[in-house]
Ligand binder design. Structure first.
Ligand code: GCO
Length: 476
């Protein structure tokens, strides 16, 4: 669907013309399920999010090799062996993509820097193309009055560093600090906010213990080391950024509400351990300078020597916490699981195309605990929330009527509004994702986008969820 968008020379006075079928018909607007957006505080920020490897196209622009390029080549690691070589070719189409962000009425865009695009070897070999790409991207956001919410690491570790042990090697934390410094020097003054790490649980546990993501290890020792070193990296990067007087620093944690499969002692205890590993490990360290007890007992033999010395540093101040929320988990004790003795089992709520249960009430449970137990005084950003659904193209492939996704957004936004009314300090909300993209091990088979991408032609087609946001946001 064509959207017309007219900018004056400086991209000011943006005019948005809505596609015909969505033009101001009052009844139609009153029926917009995302109308709740209009009742959010006037300074609340709505944005949308992506990440570098998922959209850019790692074969373009002199980008170095990352461990995701390598992982995708392993047999059965990703759906049909798919990879991020081309993805949404955002390197070429970034202007179109920023127009889509602006045209929807979003005031912020959450993106990530690709480490191997800036430093091919992760250390000293600069790729000037990469630096100028992010110059253009950030300037493009500012020109469109979109706030750049940046992330330093959204999983594309340079292969050269992966070869040296990646996140199981403490040196990676030092190289991450150097990479952070280079970003500060070049881009720092134009970034609205910086998150150090996206989803440390995924970087460590999902990737080194469950083996689902690069580097695809199933090794408790590696997992434990990475669970600590990813926090050291966060701390190092934060220290560097403070020395540059960079403002608005945070980290993005993924959270799921954990429930035991039954009331038996075994399941209840299993659920507590799962909750610690998934939800509390990072909060306890960042906000209290300690690790949760049950987990530490399980991890202790593999913790790096003198790990305690790092904890006061990890406990340094941050300005905001980012929460990615999608679903809940149901946990069952399982004596055959060799280390943790628990497994995740399917629940009976309606599910997204990922098989994830739709459970908006989890947001309240997660955020209430977040504020009460950890981040009492700082802002919360909902840095990701959204739904994979199997999109059906109707009407000559021009209309994607993703009502389930719209409903998902509606339910979660209603939950958030109540939390805000109850004084939970939530300052922004980012829909995941702007575009259908490379959904990691699921390749291009799972689609979270507000905008569909045809990977043969790179044509972007906004879905009805996009228009639902647009219609609500243009009133703000
Ligand atoms: C994550 C990442 C995103 C995913 C999204 C859907 O949370 O896993 O931040 O890269 O694509 O969450 O799975």
């Amino acid at each position: 669907m064509q959207i017309s968008l007219i900018y004056d020379q400086k991209y000011k006075n943006r005019q948005i013309r809505l596609p015909l079928k969505h033009q101001n018909n009052e009844d139609d607007l009153n029926m917009n399920p995302l109308k709740i957006i209009e009742s959010f505080p006037h300074d609340f920020i709505f944005g949308t999010a992506t990440s570098s490897y998922q959209i850019e196209g790692s074969s373009f622009g002199g980008c170095g090799r990352s461990h995701w390029d390598s992982f995708a080549q392993k047999p059965n690691a990703t759906y049909k062996g798919q990879n991020g070589n081309i993805a949404c070719n955002h390197i070429q189409y970034w202007e179109k993509d920023l127009d889509l962000v602006a045209d929807a009425g979003f005031k912020a865009y959450r993106f990530s820097f690709s480490w191997p695009r800036l430093f091919i070897d992760g250390k000293t070999t600069r790729n000037n193309n990469g630096f100028s790409f992010y110059d253009r991207l950030i300037d493009g956001m500012l020109a469109r009055e979109i706030l750049p919410f940046s992330t330093l690491y959204h999983w594309d570790l340079p292969q050269n560093l992966a070869d040296k042990g990646g996140w199981t090697n403490r040196d990676t934390c030092k190289w991450f600090a150097d990479y952070t410094e280079a970003i500060m020097q070049r881009f720092g003054d134009r970034l609205h906010s910086v998150a150090t790490i996206n989803e440390p649980w995924c970087v460590s546990w999902l990737s080194h213990y469950l083996g689902h993501h690069a580097p695809g290890l199933r090794n408790l020792e590696a997992a434990v080391r990475s669970m600590h070193y990813i926090l050291v990296a966060h701390s190092n990067a934060t220290e560097v950024m403070r020395s540059y007087n960079q403002k608005n620093l945070g980290i993005v944690l993924n959270k799921e509400h954990m429930m035991p499969a039954s009331n038996t002692d075994e399941d209840v205890e299993a659920c507590k351990l799962s909750d610690e590993i998934y939800n509390l490990w990072f909060d306890e360290a960042i906000f209290k300078g300690q690790y949760p007890k049950k987990t530490l007992k399980l991890f202790h033999q593999y913790m790096p020597e003198n790990f305690e010395i790092d904890l006061p540093q990890i406990n340094r101040k941050i300005d905001w916490i980012g929460i990615n929320y999608y679903t809940r988990s149901i946990i069952k004790a399982d004596q055959y699981e060799p280390n943790t003795k628990f497994i995740t089992v399917a629940g009976d709520l309606p599910k997204t195309d990922m098989g994830w249960e739709i459970f908006p009430a989890g947001l309240t449970k997660i955020l209430t605990r977040q504020v009460e137990s950890y981040s009492k005084t700082i802002s919360i950003h909902i840095t990701e929330n959204g739904m994979a659904s199997h999109d059906v193209l109707v009407n000559g492939s021009k209309v994607i009527n993703d009502q389930d996704r719209i409903k998902y957004y509606q339910l979660h936004l209603e939950e958030l509004k109540t939390l805000i009314d109850n004084k939970i300090p939530i300052k922004s909300y980012f829909a995941w994702s702007l575009l259908d993209n490379f959904e990691w091990a699921f390749g291009y088979n799972k689609t979270f986008g507000l905008v569909s991408v045809n990977y043969d032609t790179q044509i972007r087609t906004p879905k009805n969820s996009y228009y639902a946001f647009q219609r609500a946001l243009k009133f703000l």
